[in-house]
Design a protein around this ligand. Structure first.
Ligand SMILES: NC(=O)C1=CN([C@@H]2O[C@H](COP(=O)(O)OP(=O)(O)OC[C@H]3O[C@@H](n4cnc5c(N)ncnc54)[C@H](OP(=O)(O)O)[C@@H]3O)[C@@H](O)[C@H]2O)C=CC1
Ligand SMILES: O=C1O[C@H](COP(=O)(O)O)[C@@H](O)[C@H](O)[C@H]1O
Length: 507
């Protein structure tokens, strides 16, 4: 069929029935905010295996009505009769077991409960999908206890785990080898939820399905690339967790680096998970560790009635943890040599935005003066869009050029499209047995190699840690930001550019 992407046709072992999804850490924030709402949407849309059961497991003791209440706290439009009916059905197939994370007996109780459910299948096969919505401190022990006590001998077993995968190269390797000792790579699904976002998944098609873009996708045409993450709120109450990690481990080392690898990898032989991940690893291996000189760190301070990072009671006094970072990465291969890739992320900045901005080189001088550079912008969120900033002749009698855009805003173009949440797409991929949008262990290894020296410097392992530049809550970041970006050759579009309409008479 024309336009079909083979790996998306489902050539993997898909779990079609006789499946229990076990959510470990079921009383926690991630489970309530992301996992259960995603499972509910998949259930409601008919994507979960036939006769699926969901079992929550956590230390908190609670009865079934309380579990069902917590399971549905973040589900929207609960008063809508159709949703209410589906929610009742969802609750009817969801049960809860309380137990410790480090005791065989507790996991054996869980198995007993699973076997009771599976006893109703009346079929030989019993598949189990374990979703670890847990803090990293218990990942390894839970994975080990699951393997020794709860592993189905009558079907497929899958384990889904969430970042953080360690804090540096050594701790990641330690964690990975402990997990690999008990779960095979094929059974393991490491989530980086950015890989489930629609516009990140779209990169493969945009890049490799458009001959028009192919010749310009390299150092000959591209001057610089920015991959930007902006969040308009601070750590508010989550500072204790955040301070241990910082913005680089939270966003750049994983989410933005994943986007970078798909954006820059060579064409894979096929869209199979291993072919894609082979290419991602290859390009990541061509990136040397990020240099201190290529880094700008920031920390937000109170402004406009909003508290600064250090005013959060959960943050250690005098912390130098960066809440903003701009870093520039270089890829030493024939396609990208010399092109700066600026990865930047900030908490408590002026807007919510995640985008890729590819800025093309200057047109040959001579016939034009001060003409804007072309830019291809892929907006990941909010309001998904792809637009290319082009120069056109100003309409009318004038012959001068002006910057404008070709705009593909999803909401306007695909009026009835339902864009899935990242977690919905990824849980479904795991059920279908498709690893393409999950992180392979060697990807993690090479990713940590890029960041570890810089992180050790920031952690103060090599003397006093660098002091981040202050920036006011709600600003664009530290005042040095524009000079930093300009240093790598980024030039802002001609200020006469206006969007969404341009009144030619005012030019
Ligand atoms: N489909 C759509 O929805 C489209 C929307 N637009 C809109 O048009 C507007 C302009 O588009 P575009 O040029 O792409 O994006 P922007 O002008 O928002 O940003 C372009 C670049 O300039 C930087 N920048 C923004 N403000 C300043 C500032 N005050 N001083 C210095 N640098 C700054 C940005 O960094 P930083 O992010 O840090 O601010 C970014 O790197 C935007 O609001 C955009 O959303 C345009 C085309 C299509
Ligand atoms: O992994 C994380 O991502 C979120 C941002 O996710 P998004 O899907 O809303 O873009 C971020 O807030 C959080 O700090 C980080 O741990």
């Amino acid at each position: 069929m024309s336009g079909t992407i083979p790996s998306m046709e489902g050539s993997h072992v898909a779990l079609k029935d006789n499946t229990v999804i076990i959510v470990l850490g079921a009383s926690g924030d991630l489970a309530q905010k992301k996992t259960f709402p995603a499972l509910f949407t998949l259930f409601r849309q008919g994507y979960l295996p036939k006769g699926v059961h969901i079992v929550g497991y956590a230390r908190t003791k609670m009865d079934l009505p309380e579990f069902h209440r917590r399971q549905t706290v973040y589900i929207k439009n609960k008063d809508d009769p159709e949703i209410k009916k589906k929610l009742d059905e969802f609750s009817a197939l969801s049960t809860y077991v309380a137990g410790a994370y480090d005791q065989d007996a507790a996991f054996q109780q869980l198995t007993k409960h699973l076997e009771e459910i599976e006893g109703t299948y009346g079929a030989a096969e019993a598949n189990r999908v374990f979703y670890m919505a847990l803090p990293p401190s218990v990942f390894t022990t839970v994975a080990q206890h699951l393997r020794s006590n709860c592993y189905s001998t009558k079907g497929h077993n899958r384990i889904i785990i969430e970042k953080p995968f360690g804090k540096d190269l050594d701790s990641c390797r330690e964690m990975m080898s402990a997990l690999k000792a008990v779960w095979t790579e094929d059974e393991t699904y490491r989530i980086d939820h950015y890989l489930g976002k629609e516009m990140v998944k779209n990169l493969l098609v945009l890049r490799f399905g458009n001959t028009a873009l192919t010749p310009s996708w390299d150092k000959n045409s591209i001057a610089n690339v920015q991959i930007t993450f902006k969040e308009p709120f601070g750590t508010e109450g989550r500072g204790g967790y955040f301070d241990e990690f910082g913005i680089i481990r939270d966003i750049l080392q994983n989410h933005l680096l994943q986007v970078l690898s798909i954006l820059t990898m060579e064409r894979p032989v096929s869209f199979s998970a291993e072919d894609i991940r082979d290419e991602k690893v290859k390009v990541l291996r061509a990136i040397p560790p990020v240099a201190r000189e290529d880094t700008l760190l920031g920390q937000y301070v109170g402004a406009n009635g909003k508290p600064g990072y250090l005013e959060d009671d959960t943050v250690p006094k005098g912390s130098t943890c960066p809440t903003f970072a701009a870093t520039t990465l270089w890829i030493h291969n024939p396609r990208w040599e010399g092109v700066p890739f600026i990865l930047r992320a900030g908490k408590a900045v002026n807007e919510a935005k995640v985008e890729i901005r590819i800025q093309y080189k200057e047109v040959t001088q001579g016939i034009f003066k001060d003409i804007s550079r072309n830019e291809l912008v892929i907006r990941i969120q909010p309001n998904e869009a792809v637009y290319i900033k082009l120069n056109l002749k100003t309409p009318g009698m004038a012959t001068r050029a002006m910057p404008t855009e070709m705009d593909l805003t999803y909401k306007r173009r695909f009026t009835d499209a339902v864009i899935p949440e990242a977690y919905e797409a990824l849980i479904l991929d795991a059920i279908h047995g498709d690893h393409s949008n999950f992180v392979r262990d060697d990807e993690l290894d090479v990713a940590w190699k890029i960041w570890t020296p810089l992180l050790h410097w920031i952690d103060g392992r090599e003397g006093s840690p660098p002091k981040p530049e202050p920036y006011p809550y709600g600003s664009r970041g530290p005042k040095q930001l524009d000079a930093y970006i300009a240093k790598y050759g980024y030039k802002r579009t001609d200020r006469t550019y206006s969007w969404p309409v341009t009144n030619v008479s005012s030019l």
